[in-house]
Design a protein around this ligand. Structure first.
Ligand SMILES: Cc1cc2nc3c(=O)[nH]c(=O)nc-3n(C[C@H](O)[C@H](O)[C@H](O)COP(=O)(O)OP(=O)(O)OC[C@H]3O[C@@H](n4cnc5c(N)ncnc54)[C@H](O)[C@@H]3O)c2cc1C
Length: 366
């Protein structure tokens, strides 16, 4: 089989990049029998991301929005409130279906039930039934990337995220709760209403020393939310590593998405950087100019590395410290809703008020 551009993986990275390729034939191979499965993502994004993605897919991919965020740090509550929504929830399976519709409308193809395997050639991918020959390969096979394992090292570390959807009738559908405690010391737990009838409860950690049930019980008790029956359980891997130094091999193989990874190290959010990079990668492929992709990639990578170093430090001394800093910035009117996306800027701003911060945090702890 032959194609100009072969994309491995029909997740957000593979689908979005394909949408931005206009001058070449694109073939996407996906190992599952549909897009959007298996589910693993919580779907929380910023206002900026929500607006950008809606302009591509239409509004129905948005499930809910939030203008209130409560940090629960060792049994104390810190509420951040903005008049307008600053966090949105994307319906991930629907997002992938809408993106796939656009892929088809561009006459690109998706073949399901087809797992791609790397070969020693940068122009060939192996599947169960055939070899696919192409001039460029886009590696978008997510956090279990076999291409990454083949061409580079494994991730330094990873978190296992577990999520539940419960029936729950809530009056307050616009508040997200984030909990920081010793049940998952290297990440946080979250509870967010999806709509009036259901809520999402989730958490992530490298190792689990408590049962998922006991963690859910704690989240429910701490937030005071009433839950009914369990509707769904799903989860996945959040890679924790610096992005690859070089995401392109021989101007033929391009890595994007969780295979890199380009997630925000503190929250594990990957969708924004995928959106930013997929536009650049699509243009790069169309114009045969890898430098276009590299320029944006380097910008994003340097910020992630800065955040990665800070997060590695906070993992050692206390994962709860950054939200406490964020709350202090909020109290001083130094927090902007757009900081949701820009942890780099947040970190730089918080460094300027370190002495006051330490005093405030210490006084709060006494
Ligand atoms: C628990 C959890 C919560 C998260 N919450 C958020 C959040 O709130 N906000 C946010 O921004 N991000 C979140 N993320 C991260 C986000 O889900 C990822 O960054 C994003 O899904 C990565 O997209 P991707 O296309 O690179 O990979 P994926 O979404 O994993 O897609 C990869 C696709 O490739 C397919 N595939 C894999 N290997 C092959 C192969 N060899 N051949 C063919 N097909 C293959 C897979 O079936 C899949 O369809 C979360 C992740 C987890 C695990």
């Amino acid at each position: 089989m032959k194609t100009d551009v072969l994309v491995v993986g029909a997740g957000p990275a593979g689908l979005l990049t394909s949408i931005f390729i206009n001058k070449h034939d694109v073939l996407i191979i996906e190992e599952h029998n549909d897009v959007g499965i298996p589910k693993h993502c919580a779907g929380f994004v910023s206002k900026y991301y929500a607006e950008e993605i809606v302009s591509i897919t239409g509004r129905d991919v948005l499930d809910n929005h939030y203008n209130s965020l409560v940090f629960h740090i060792h049994n104390r509550k810190y509420n951040i409130y903005f008049k307008d929504p600053f966090i949105y929830r994307i319906n991930r399976p629907l997002l992938e279906h809408r993106l796939a519709d656009i892929v088809y409308s561009k006459n690109h193809r998706i073949i399901f039930n087809t797992k791609g395997k790397p070969t020693s050639s940068l122009n060939k991918v192996l599947t169960k039934n055939c070899e696919i020959h192409c001039s460029k390969i886009i590696v978008a096979d997510g956090s279990n990337s076999i291409f990454r394992k083949h061409f580079f090292k494994k991730y330094k570390s990873r978190l296992i995220g577990i999520q539940y959807i419960y029936r729950s009738s809530s009056q307050d559908t616009n508040t997200i709760h984030l909990l920081f405690n010793n049940l998952t010391p290297d990440f946080f737990q979250w509870l967010a209403p999806i709509d009036r009838d259901s809520i999402l409860i989730g958490f992530a950690s490298r190792n689990y020393f408590f049962t998922p049930d006991s963690i859910v019980k704690h989240i429910v008790k701490e937030t005071g939310v009433q839950i009914g029956s369990k509707v769904e359980v799903f989860g996945g891997i959040i890679p924790f590593d610096k992005p690859l130094k070089q995401p392109i091999i021989g101007d033929k193989l391009f890595f994007i998405g969780d295979s890199v990874p380009v997630i925000k190290p503190y929250t594990g959010g990957g969708l924004l950087n995928i959106l930013l990079l997929s536009t650049a990668l699509g243009m790069s492929i169309d114009n045969n100019k890898p430098s276009l992709y590299l320029r944006i990639y380097e910008l994003i990578r340097s910020r992630i590395i800065y955040e990665y170093i800070a997060v590695s430090f906070f993992k050692k001394i206390g994962y709860w410290i950054p939200p406490r800093i964020v709350y202090t910035l909020y109290r001083r009117n130094l927090l902007n809703p757009s900081d949701y996306d820009n942890h780099y800027r947040l970190l730089t701003r918080s460094l300027k008020i370190v002495p006051q911060l330490i005093i405030e945090i210490l006084l709060d702890k006494l």
